[in-house]
Write a protein that binds this ligand. Structure first.
Ligand SMILES: Cc1cc2nc3c(=O)[nH]c(=O)nc-3n(C[C@H](O)[C@H](O)[C@H](O)COP(=O)(O)O)c2cc1C
Ligand SMILES: Nc1ncnc2c1ncn2[C@@H]1O[C@H](COP(=O)(O)OP(=O)(O)O)[C@@H](O)[C@H]1O
Ligand SMILES: [Mg+2]
Length: 206
């Protein structure tokens, strides 16, 4: 048996180099996320990553994302939102050692709002059903990376990879529920200068 993983990752408030801003149009990947794993990941270009963010090592991270509302209409209980909605996310940056990719990719799995029940909580019956939205290829995506979870690994089976990503979703959720992270998701009106600046950048798509 491998040892259980920590339920949260990183310090109680983001520390440098976080938050890190990434942005790009959602592009096609290898089509494995949904088909093989049942975990859709929005891929954004990784070409200028080493030049712009040499500090970003390969690995799994958590953060918050927004999609351009001009092309992605997010349905809320009040109807279709005209401003960008900020959602929690977990992402992988690297070569996917399980698939032995030769180019680096940035792949983001968008999770439901933290106020909704988690589809990836432990002890659910049957197969884990990861969050699925209507497709949004070509839509611009802004991402604030807030913390690091773990390195990328190779796995003995597809099931083992899926189970670790399920735990990543839970770790990301618990990590983002802390006050100094939650403020990036929920604008309480009390947020300080730098957090408000980062939030304003996150939802701007001019
Ligand atoms: C949170 C998260 C963690 C991941 N961790 C790993 C990993 O440790 N090893 C690995 O080979 N792939 C990892 N992946 C990448 C998946 O293998 C990848 O999403 C899948 O190959 C889909 O690729 P595609 O978008 O090109 O279809 C991770 C993905 C996510 C979203
Ligand atoms: N929760 C989600 N997180 C990320 N992408 C999602 C989600 N739900 C649906 N998608 C859609 O699924 C696509 C990714 O699916 P995936 O199987 O990984 O294909 P690809 O290999 O082309 O990246 C995204 O580009 C997006 O349009
Ligand atoms: Mg993908």
């Amino acid at each position: 048996m491998s040892k259980p993983r920590d339920p949260v990752a990183g310090p109680n408030a983001p520390e440098p180099p976080f938050p890190i801003r990434l942005s790009g149009p959602v592009i096609k990947g290898f089509g494995r996320g949904s088909k093989d794993l049942g975990i859709p990941t929005a891929n954004i270009p990784a070409d200028d990553l080493s030049e712009k963010h040499p500090e970003l090592t390969t690995g799994v991270y958590y953060g918050v994302v927004a999609l351009d509302p001009k092309t992605y209409h997010h349905e809320t209980s009040e109807g279709s939102a005209s401003t960008a909605v900020v959602l929690p996310a977990v992402l992988s940056i690297g070569y996917n050692p399980f698939y032995k990719n030769t180019v680096r990719s940035v792949e983001i799995h968008i999770m439901p709002a933290l106020t909704e029940p988690s589809p990836t909580a432990a002890g659910q019956e049957g197969h884990t059903k990861f969050n699925r939205l209507p497709d949004f290829y070509k839509t611009r995506l802004n991402l604030l990376i807030l913390g690091y979870i773990r390195p990328e690994f190779d796995y003995v089976s597809l099931e083992a990879l899926v189970e670790d990503i399920r735990v990543d979703c839970e770790v990301a959720r618990e990590s983002l529920l802390r006050e100094a992270y939650k403020c990036y998701l929920v604008d309480s009106g009390k947020t300080s200068g730098k957090v408000s600046e980062d939030r304003a950048w996150l939802v701007s798509f001019d």
